[in-house]
Design a binder for this molecule. Structure first.
Ligand SMILES: [Zn+2]
Length: 290
């Protein structure tokens, strides 16, 4: 089954992950059409056979059971009627609190995760807040904005949406490409330049959120380019990005992208965040994974 996705940039991204985060949100155009690929990601987490861009498993006993939806350590829940009920989440947590039947990682998938009311969402939140070794969550939604911000901030967001809503100004693309270039080159030393290279252009929380959206788009563009994918940004933007960041290795791009997503979520969810501190930590965090 994984063969279907070998040209997909997410598949490649997933193969390059050194370890898995405890919870992911997949934002997709359509849940049913995206589900096979998300299920293959769950297989990567559970099946012990090594996945690379060239090789996959998909053919062991565990992978077959997952395909038939009979693998005990993979739990999938979806709305019963109009919503996901609290009892479903409680039962899920009870199941997962038992040790894995098969001595593998355990994965739970929540389809249409936006269909949880506040009280259901809060019980899943508690679960996500206190991650346990070997348990990984995947929440799927067509609209991440409908999820509790406290949930978003504790998950890695993977957007598989094909339509990006915005194009960005060339000035912004240029400013932020240069900021990232310096970060990749100077690492922690670039702390000294945050004021002139970043806060000079982006001062208020809203501006900084926009800047993180643009950095995400810049890094996405580099990944698309490396894999000869269709480019989402216009060609002038891509040229600026390529000129400044074309030399950066794919691993560094992916590591930086993960941090950009994490810090963007922090910005989105904490209203009175100290942006100076946040940017310092961002630079330090990125420097550590380069
Ligand atoms: Zn397998």
């Amino acid at each position: 089954m994984l063969d279907d996705f070998k040209d997909n940039s997410f598949y490649k991204y997933a193969c390059n992950l050194k370890k898995y985060y405890h919870a992911y949100i997949f934002e997709v155009d359509d849940i049913e059409t995206s589900f096979p690929m998300i299920l293959s990601f769950a297989k990567m987490i559970i099946c012990k056979n090594h996945y690379t861009e060239e090789s996959k498993c998909g053919d062991c006993n565990i992978c077959h059971l997952i395909d038939n939806n009979t693998y005990q350590d993979l739990k999938i829940i979806e709305p019963m009627g109009a919503s996901i009920r609290k009892e479903q989440v409680i039962e899920l947590q009870k199941d997962l609190s038992l040790k894995s039947f098969n001595n593998t990682n355990q994965v739970y998938i929540i389809k249409e995760a936006d269909k949880m009311n506040i009280s259901t969402a809060n019980s899943i939140l508690k679960f996500i807040e206190e991650p346990q070794d070997g348990i990984y969550g995947i929440l799927i939604t067509t609209n991440r904005k409908a999820l509790l911000s406290t949930i978003i901030s504790r998950c890695i967001l993977i957007s598989l949406k094909t339509k990006k809503e915005e194009q960005f100004s060339l000035d912004d693309i240029e400013n932020l490409s240069l900021f990232l270039k310096k970060l990749f080159k100077e690492k922690e030393r670039s702390l000294a330049y945050i004021k002139q290279d970043f806060f000079h252009y982006y001062e208020l929380r809203e501006d900084i959120i926009k800047a993180f959206n643009i950095m995400e788009a810049i890094l996405d563009c580099l990944i698309q380019k490396k894999y000869h994918q269709e480019l989402v940004l216009n060609s002038n933007s891509c040229d600026i990005i390529e000129t400044n960041l074309g030399e950066i290795s794919l691993n560094n791009i992916i590591n930086c992208l993960e941090k950009v997503v994490i810090y963007k979520n922090k910005l989105l969810t904490v209203l009175n965040i100290n942006v100076n501190l946040l940017m310092d930590r961002f630079v330090i965090d990125v420097s550590e994974v380069l």
